[in-house]
Design a protein around this ligand. Structure first.
Ligand code: V47
Length: 368
C-alpha cells in the first residue's frame, strides 16, 4: 500500500526526497510547520534506511564534566554556576583520573568531556587532563570541549584557534563534541546566551578543527524561543559548512529542559516535537552520515520511536550526565550496554556497537 500524505504540500518535498535531491530552506520551514508529522517521519525513515539500513549504533562511553563553574550565565542552562554558589565544583585532575578508572570497566571506548568556562583554571590544566587520560587509557578516544570552550582556551592561551586546536590534539584530543551551537539566529542567541560566541564563531571553530584533521559533531537546542524559520536556517548553515569540510560525523538535536533555568516559564518539549526534530534534521542534513537520538534528553521510549523517524544512533552508556539533569531531566543517568542493546532490538533495529568515529563497528545481531 502506498503511503498517503495528509498534507499535500509535502508532495513536492517527497518528489525531491525520492530523487535524492537537496531540500531548500523553504522546504525545511514546511517540514517544521506541517501538521503531517507521520508524513515527515515517513520521508525521514526512507533516507535513514537508504543511508544506514536497519542498523542502530551505540557507544560504550562515559561523560566527564570537570567543573560547573562558568563565567557565562546562559538563560537556558541550569548546570553552570558562579564560584561562590553552594553547588559549585571543580574536580582535581587526580579526581578525574580516578573517576575515569572507576567507570572504565575495561571496555569504555570514549570519554566525552565538557564543562563550564572556569575563570581561573589555566590552559595547561586542560592539556594535562588530556595527557593524563591518554597516558592511563591509550585506547580510549577523547571527545572533548565544545567550540565555546575551545574558543575560550584560545583566549587563555593567547594563541590563534588553529594553534590552540593543534596543542589540544597533540595532548590527546580525538574529536570535538557538538555542544554550544544552541541556535545560530542572532535574535534568539542574544536572548538565551548573549555572552557566548555567536553562531559564526561556533562555525569558525568547527571549520578550523576540521581543517586541522579533527572530526566533530553538531547540535541544535530546540523547544525554547526559536521559530521554524530559525531552525531551518540553523540546519542550512550546518549543511553549508559540511559541504566545505565533510568534518561533521553526527548531528544531535537537543530538547530544551526548562527546570531550574531562567526560562522555566516554558514547558518541556512534547514527544511529537522530539520526533519531528530528528526527522527534519535527517531530511535537511543530507550530507551528515548520522543522526543521534540522545535518550537521556528525550527519554528511552522516544529514542526508540525516533529510530523510525530518521535517527540511526542512540548515543551510549553515558554513566553520569549532569547538564540536563540539572535542568530537570527525569531519565536515568546510566544505561548499561545490555540495556541499550535491548532498547535497540525492541525498536526493531539491529544494534551495532561503534567507536566515536564509526571506524570500528561490531554488529550484535542475535546477541540479545
Ligand atoms: O552545549 C544545556 C545543551 C549541551 C540545557 O556531541 C541543554 O555527541 C537542554 O552537547 N536543556 C551539552 N539542553 C550536551 C551536548 C551533547 C550531548 C550528547 C552528545 C553530544 C555529542 C553532545 O547541552 C550544551 C547545550 O547546548 N544544554 N542546558 C538544557 N537546559
Amino acid at each position: 500500500m502506498l503511503f498517503e500524505f495528509e498534507d499535500s504540500t509535502l508532495k513536492p518535498v517527497f518528489e525531491k526526497v525520492k530523487a535524492g535531491l537537496r531540500l531548500s530552506y523553504e522546504d525545511g520551514v514546511t517540514l517544521w510547520q506541517t501538521p503531517d508529522l507521520l508524513g515527515v517521519g515517513y520521508m525521514a525513515n526512507l533516507v535513514r534506511e537508504r543511508l544506514n539500513g536497519d542498523k542502530t549504533y551505540f557507544i560504550h562511553n562515559r561523560h566527564i564534566n570537570p567543573t560547573n563553574i562558568c563565567i557565562h550565565s546562559c538563560q537556558f542552562c541550569a548546570f553552570g554556576v558562579k564560584a561562590d554558589h553552594p553547588d559549585a565544583y571543580e574536580k582535581s585532575l587526580q579526581d578525574i583520573f580516578s573517576d575515569a578508572e572507576k567507570y572504565n570497566g575495561g571496555d569504555v571506548s570514549e570519554f566525552h568531556i565538557v564543562g563550564g568556562l572556569h575563570p581561573d583554571l589555566p590552559f595547561g590544566y586542560y592539556l594535562e587532563l588530556l595527557e593524563g587520560l591518554k597516558e592511563r587509557f591509550p585506547l580510549v578516544h577523547i571527545q572533548a570541549f565544545t567550540a565555546v570552550e575551545v574558543e575560550y582556551f584560545s583566549h587563555l592561551a593567547k594563541l590563534p584557534l588553529k594553534d590552540t586546536l593543534e596543542k589540544l590534539k597533540q595532548a590527546g584530543l580525538g574529536s570535538i563534541p557538538g555542544g554550544g551551537a544552541e541556535i545560530f539566529a542572532k535574535r534568539v542567541r542574544r536572548k538565551i546566551c548573549g555572552e557566548k560566541i555567536d553562531g559564526e564563531g561556533w562555525l569558525r571553530v568547527h571549520e578550523t578543527a576540521h581543517l586541522a584533521g579533527l572530526k566533530s559533531n553538531a547540535t541544535m537546542l530546540y523547544g525554547h524561543l526559536e521559530t521554524a524559520e530559525e531552525r531551518s536556517d540553523h540546519l542550512v548553515r550546518l549543511r553549508e559548512l559540511q559541504d566545505r569540510t565533510h568534518g561533521f560525523v553526527t548531528f544531535i538535536p537537543l530538547a530544551f529542559h526548562p527546570e531550574n533555568t531562567v526560562l522555566d516559564f516554558l514547558k518541556t518539549t512534547p514527544g511529537q516535537l522530539d520526533l519531528r526534530a530528528l526527522a527534519v534534521s535527517r531530511l535537511m542534513l543530507d550530507n551528515f552520515p548520522h543522526m543521534k537520538a540522545f535518550w537521556i534528553m528525550i527519554t528511552p521510549k522516544i529514542a526508540q520511536l525516533a529510530q523510525s523517524f530518521g535517527a540511526d544512533d542512540m548515543d551510549g552508556t553515558v554513566v553520569e550526565e549532569k547538564i540536563v539533569h540539572a535542568a530537570g531531566a527525569a531519565t536515568d543517568q546510566v544505561f548499561h550496554k545490555d540495556q541499550i542493546i535491548h532498547m535497540i532490538t525492541q525498536s526493531g533495529r539491529k544494534p551495532v556497537e561503534r567507536d566515536t568515529l564509526y571506524e570500528n563497528v561490531e554488529e550484535l545481531e542475535g546477541a540479545y
